[in-house]
Write a protein that binds this ligand. Structure first.
Ligand SMILES: Cc1ncc(COP(=O)(O)O)c(C=O)c1O
Length: 387
């Protein structure tokens, strides 16, 4: 049994998370330990919970105009935590990351155009591209010495094809946990500028960089390169409130922002959720202490995995996100075997790597924003299953 590190103060989430999907995805397995969805499996920031109670207590849930403070709350947070001030940028509210990507793909490309993705990557990107009759163009990440990097020469070749109009960058990267460096981001910006490829930077995990790694806004990397871009932000991953509230689209491009606003107003994407407004502002105003504790918990859990995984399973060192990307390739299982083994032998509901593209085969993703005893249990189950 691995021992618990100090500082495991966050308590387990009291409500089960989306249990219905568990059996649909992993089968009817007794005592399955769910660590698969990308959200914190701990009690959420007290400031947010209190804001929900307080908003519920008003007993009034009609139309509520979104106050200007919502966007101010984000910029005050971004400036305090990341030293990023966006006074020259245009910030627009969007119901979700997927909505922003869907609208931008629709508005900035035409059917048949190529959209560059860097697999293994977040599962929603591909359907958003394919569903719009655009082509997925892969610029796979490469793993060297246990660390993922971008293949910039391949990116240059893909970007040079005039059919490829857009790239979706994930920073920090779900699922491999890279926090891209300034140099890497500048290289992406320069390549995409040279070939007139628009960059959507999904930065929804920006607050989850793990020290000593620091997240760099694509906005900063793009300066002086001439690349066109939009970045996606918001509190949904930071505070585990994806079921509750909005996200933001940020860009320096007036035309792109206007195109988004136009779609937003045509399809009424601006409808507010009164709880969402309250959660958004409360998280950014008062959630910093909770997030610091969460980051400590994640770092401690990553250390446990680093030292405690059995032979045959390796941790890909996470630089950010609360997702651990585990390498099972040495165990020599094919895709269906690994998925079955994880659920039935290890009794763990992890996201099998092939969900993120065939480049993820042989890997699995584990959420480590969870009480440490659950990570210890997961390690013990993996060790038993390997034995
Ligand atoms: C990188 C990334 N983007 C987007 C999302 C989902 O955002 P939304 O539900 O707002 O579309 C997730 C969820 O895990 C994610 O990891």
């Amino acid at each position: 049994m691995t021992s618990l590190p100090p500082g495991d103060r966050l308590t387990p989430a009291t409500l089960a998370t989306d249990e219905n999907r568990l059996s649909a995805l992993f089968g009817e397995v007794d005592d399955l330990l769910p660590l698969w969805i990308a959200e914190p499996y701990v009690d959420l920031a007290p400031a947010i919970v209190e804001a929900m109670r307080s908003r519920a207590g008003t007993g009034w849930y009609g139309y509520e105009t979104r106050p200007g403070e919502v966007i101010d709350a984000f910029w005050s947070w971004a400036s305090d935590r990341h030293g990023w001030t966006g006074s020259d940028l245009i910030t627009t509210v969007s119901p979700s990351v997927g909505t922003t990507i869907g609208v931008l793909v629709d508005r900035l490309t035409s059917p048949g155009d190529g959209v560059i993705l860097q697999p293994p990557v977040f599962t929603d990107f591909k359907p958003l591209v394919v569903g719009a009759d655009r082509e997925v163009v892969k610029n796979p990440l490469v793993i060297t010495g246990g660390r993922y990097e971008m293949d910039l020469a391949d990116l240059e070749a893909r970007a040079a094809d005039p059919a490829n109009r857009l790239m979706i960058l994930c920073n920090p990267h779900n699922p491999v946990g890279r926090v891209w460096s300034l140099d890497e981001l500048v290289a992406v910006a320069e390549i995409c500028a040279r070939h007139d490829v628009f960059v959507i930077a999904d930065e929804i995990h920006a607050d989850l960089a793990l020290a000593p790694h620091a997240w760099v806004p694509f906005a900063s990397a793009s300066e002086g390169t001439g690349v066109s871009w939009a970045a996606i932000h918001g509190p949904i991953k930071t505070f585990g409130i994806a079921g509750l509230c909005d996200t933001l689209m940020i860009s320096d491009d007036e035309d792109v922002s206007a195109a988004f606003r136009d779609a937003s107003s045509r399809f009424h994407l601006t409808r507010n959720n009164v709880f969402g407004i309250a959660a958004f502002t409360a998280g950014y105003a008062d959630g910093a202490g909770w997030l610091d504790e969460l980051l400590t918990l994640i770092a401690g859990n990553a250390a446990l995995l680093r030292d405690g995984l059995p032979d045959g399973i390796e941790l890909i060192e996470p630089e950010g996100t609360y997702l651990a990307w585990l390498d099972f390739r040495a165990l020599g299982m094919d895709v269906p075997e690994l998925a079955e083994w994880l659920a039935t032998s290890a009794r763990l509901a992890l996201s099998p790597g092939h969900w993120f593209g065939r480049e993820g085969a042989g890997f699995a993703r584990m959420t480590i924003a969870a009480p440490t005893d659950r990570i210890v249990t997961a390690i013990d189950r993996l060790s038993d299953a390997v034995r």
